[in-house]
Ligand binder design. Sequence first.
Ligand code: ZN
Length: 145
Amino acid sequence: MIDAVDLQGSTMDLSRATGSGGVMMAHPRTEKEKVAVSEREAKYRQRLQKEIDEVQRGLAEVEERLAEKGDYSLGEGDPAIYLWEMNLARRERLRARLEELQAAMARLDRGTYEQCSVCGGRIEEDRLELLPTTRTCSECARKGR
Ligand SMILES: [Zn+2]
C-alpha cells in the first residue's frame, strides 16, 4: 500500500516537473489550481495543434498548386493568373495564421498563454476557446487597447 502511494506520488511530481516547461510559477498556486491549469493547457495545446495541422495541410496543398503552374508562362487576362494570384493570397493568409498559431504555442510553453498582454490579468477560458491566438482578455479587447 505504502509503495503504491509513494509510486503514485513520485509519478505526479515528475509529470508536474516536465509539464511546467521549466517556468516556475510567478505566483504560488494551490495544488487544485495547478491541476486545473495543466488540464486547460492540455486542452489549448490540442486545439492549437489541430489548427496548425490543418493550416500546414492547406499550405502543402497550395504550394503544390503553385508549383504545378510554375512552368507555365501566363499571358495577360489568362484565367490561370486569377487562380495563381488567389493561391498566392491564400498562401500568405495561411503563413500568417501559422505564425500566429506557433506564437500562441510558444506562449503556452512559456506559461503566459492565459495572460493578457495589456492588463496582465487572465484571459477567459471561453474567449481562448473561441480565439485561440488572442493575447488580450475580453475587457481589454472591448476597450480597444
Ligand atoms: Zn486585459
